[in-house]
Design a protein around this ligand. Sequence first.
Ligand code: FES
Ligand SMILES: [Fe+2]
Length: 428
Amino acid sequence: MAIQDKLATGRGKFTPGYPELGTAPVSYEDSISEEFFRAERDAIFKRSWLKVGRIEQIPATGRYFTRELSGLGSIVVVRQADGSVKALHNVCAHRGNKVVWQEHPAAESAGTCRTFTCKYHGWRYGLDGKVDHITNAEQFFDLDPSALKMPELHCDVWAGFIFVNFAEHAEPLRAFLGDRFGVLDAYPFDKMTEHYGYKTRIKGNWKLSIDAVLEWYHPPYVHGRFIDPDVSKAEKMVPPIDSYHYDVWSTHMLTSVPGPPPLPPRAPGSLGPAQRDQKWIYKLFRAGLFGPDDVQDVGAPQEALNPGKIRSWGNDSYWLFPNFSVQIWARNFYITYQYWPEAVDSHSYELDIYFPKPADAAERLAQELVAASTIEFAMQDSNTVEATHQSLSTRATQQFHLSDQELLIRNFHKVIRDAVAAHTAAHD
Ligand code: FES
Ligand SMILES: [Fe+2]
């Protein structure tokens, strides 16, 4: 039986379940307007909780990493003696030098220290950001050292993800997330410490990059050569639309999609049915885009995953407003995606893949193949984003059409537009 018949549920449509989103054509002005871009930075990025790292990056007192966040600033995230995590603006109270950097001031860095020392005139700061030593202090006038610091910004940790918020007054992270991410509280992220990171710059609006993964309409066309070079065959190999599960709540979202079951175990010492077709290497390494065939047990809470009860479940992607997603795969690994706007037509794209530690070389090779396949697919998506941005920016066409399975794109752009409109109204 073809996959299209096997997975179809006949349950039908998504968009009619969200009448507030409507079905009308949409404008992509929000992705090409300079003015909208500036408003979006103020309305959204300067006041939302933004994920900046994982707790495993700073396992002990004094461990730190810096983040260079375009348009927002440079920050230092550091583990305190009491185990808590603080985020500090990376700026010296003396004359504003960036305090923590290594070879190149624009490059992010990480390390361990007891105090941060400014490279310019040697002022030192404790891990809490308060000034700890001022060189030639007697030459200053009316200095109050207790008021001198690298200013702190809001920082909190959820499920091992470290978040910051640049707003002066921020609602608690928990309130921002709401209660629908509870399933991830119990997820064993801490057991998945084998990390593959990939980062690049994409010359297109950051939202277009997110659009590219909010639907599974494009795979036969964008990723056809990986699926089947014959598009008509590729179309039949992707699951039918009604086998997917979409959910939208407030500004956050979920997609849950099918995936192929792992290959059956093979006899010890045998290579299995490797063939010289496009997937011979998947058979040889026992892994593919959907993960390793030999799934490691990490105690994942299976009953809480796959909320749509998809018959052959592949992954759940939790979308955290505005720019972050956590994708939990049925084969016990996870991927995070993050999109940092740099300009209206440019963003930094981060893809991070986390597996349990491989027990042997075969598991290691399987993981590497999954990582390489994921990055290859991601680059194919990025290519399209650049082409889309170039065409949109001509404004030759201004009304675009979203189908039923592009529901999340409709919602995503609406919540962004709504947040910008609310902020603009409040500050005009
Ligand atoms: S700017 Fe940092 S010590 Fe002078
Ligand atoms: Fe894709």
